[in-house]
Write a protein that binds this ligand. Structure first.
Ligand SMILES: C[S@@+](CC[C@H](N)C(=O)[O-])C[C@H]1O[C@@H](n2cnc3c(N)ncnc32)[C@H](O)[C@@H]1O
Length: 403
């Protein structure tokens, strides 16, 4: 691979904004990609993938390069030189990376790779927490899987098409995708591509949604004609899937505390041809109280640490703080207490997170079932999906039934 100066410089600028100005990686990368209209898809993927890689391996590379945060521009170039050296890329004779100690970099890499927190490039507190919650063996495998680049998975919108048709339509646009065994509507891209610019996407034939995430709506056991409340609907990934499973029959009430996310949900629903979703922002406790004992099915896709989706969101390793985790566990507890009241007699509830930590998952469900309100429910089934066994995001889901 030959390194191009303007692409490397754009990567360095993006990294500095993410590391030193606490900006979000996805937003900064999107901004960088708009810089030069002449860049082709290879140039753009160089910037995106190199930036994500260096964000992912920040701690390891900083140890190897012996640099500390905040990273000066010369030190950010040192991180980049470590990245290129470890990939066996020939370094050009630019003054920013002259004198890169290639042999020393490889030696330091071998040395540091013996220690998990350096090898997997994670903060001390997170490594300790992972071991405490999952045990040495599972944590070691899981964090290694979560450091791999995530595959791109699509969910066929069965309101518009079926999986095989979609596959053919994408092939006509030069995008090759394969079925994913065990996931009814999922297609995985053989090579990364910008699927959002395809006609198939504009026509609402699919959504980008990880395979593990696609299991959640199925777990809720919905049928056409039911009244379903999606309590933490966000931009609606799961509401849209529920509408498809329900064949647009019945009612889905999508709630969230952020109205802007619900507005995006509406845009997506229109594109998908999902007509049975009504959005309601939670702007007072009344919104929830009005729905008590009214729904056949309730989905709580709870806010969480996001530790199960580190592969697609590597900067969460650096942005996440232990105090945030304490706060989010309290929110999860309150949400379960409040929103479970929406389920009517004999109705069902799914509590789900994209976390792999038992303290956000089975322990929350156990606590709920032992509470006064939880005594009305029984646990039907629960599922922990790990990235190292599934190959996709880490997820948790529990199905509860109201007695
Ligand atoms: C895991 S995300 C939801 C993802 C969404 N269900 C999907 O499939 O695309 C969790 C959502 O919970 C919302 N949220 C946070 N606190 C909440 C609360 N107290 N009540 C309802 N929603 C909340 C967040 O805004 C966020 O959109």
């Amino acid at each position: 691979m030959r390194l191009h100066r303007n692409l490397v410089f754009a990567t360095i600028d993006t990294l500095m904004a993410i590391f030193n100005d606490n900006k979000y990686a996805d937003k900064e990368i999107a901004k960088a990609l708009k810089r030069d209209k002449r860049w082709g898809s290879r140039d753009r993927s160089f910037i995106a993938e190199t930036t994500y890689d260096i964000v992912r391996w920040k701690r390891l590379y900083a140890e190897i390069a012996e640099v500390k945060e905040p990273f000066s521009r010369p030190n950010t170039f040192r991180l980049f030189a470590v990245w290129a050296t470890l990939r066996g890329i020939q370094l050009p004779d630019w003054k920013q990376i002259e004198d890169t100690p290639t042999r020393r970099i490889k030696g330091r890499f071998d040395e540091l790779s013996q220690i998990r927190k350096f090898r997997e490039s994670i903060p001390d507190w997170l490594d300790e927490l992972g071991v405490k919650e999952l045990g040495e063996e599972i944590w070691t495998k899981e964090i290694s899987a979560l450091n791999q680049q995530a595959p791109v998975v699509l969910r066929t919108n069965t309101l518009q098409t079926d999986k095989q048709k979609l596959r053919r339509i994408l092939a006509e646009e030069n995008i090759e995708a394969t079925s994913v065994k065990g996931y009814d509507d999922a297609l995985e891209l053989v090579e990364r591509a910008n699927v959002f610019s395809t006609k198939a996407f504009k026509d609402g034939m699919f959504e980008v949604q990880d395979a593990s995430s696609q299991l959640v709506a199925d777990f809720l056991d919905v049928k056409p004609g039911m009244r379903v409340v999606d309590t933490c609907a966000g931009a609606g990934g799961k509401s849209l899937q529920l509408a498809a499973i329900m064949e647009n029959k019945g009612q889905i009430i999508a709630l969230d505390i952020y109205d802007n996310k619900l507005k995006e949900l509406k845009r997506r629903a229109k594109r998908a041809g999902a007509h049975n979703i009504e959005t309601r922002p939670i702007d007072s406790t009344k919104v929830i109280k009005k729905l008590y004992n009214s729904a056949d099915r309730v989905l709580i896709d709870a806010p969480c640490s996001g530790l199960g989706v580190l592969s697609r969101n590597p900067d969460a390793k650096w942005k996440l703080q232990p105090e945030f985790l304490d706060k989010i566990r309290k929110t999860q507890e309150e949400i379960l207490q409040q929103y479970s009241r929406i389920v009517k007699e004999n109705g069902k509830l799914v509590y789900a997170t994209c976390s792999i930590l038992p303290s956000e998952n089975q322990e929350q469900v156990k606590k709920f079932l032992n509470s006064e309100n939880g005594k009305n429910f029984r646990l039907v089934e629960e599922k922990s999906v790990f990235s190292h066994t599934s190959g996709y995001d880490g997820f948790y889901m529990a199905l509860l039934e109201k007695k």
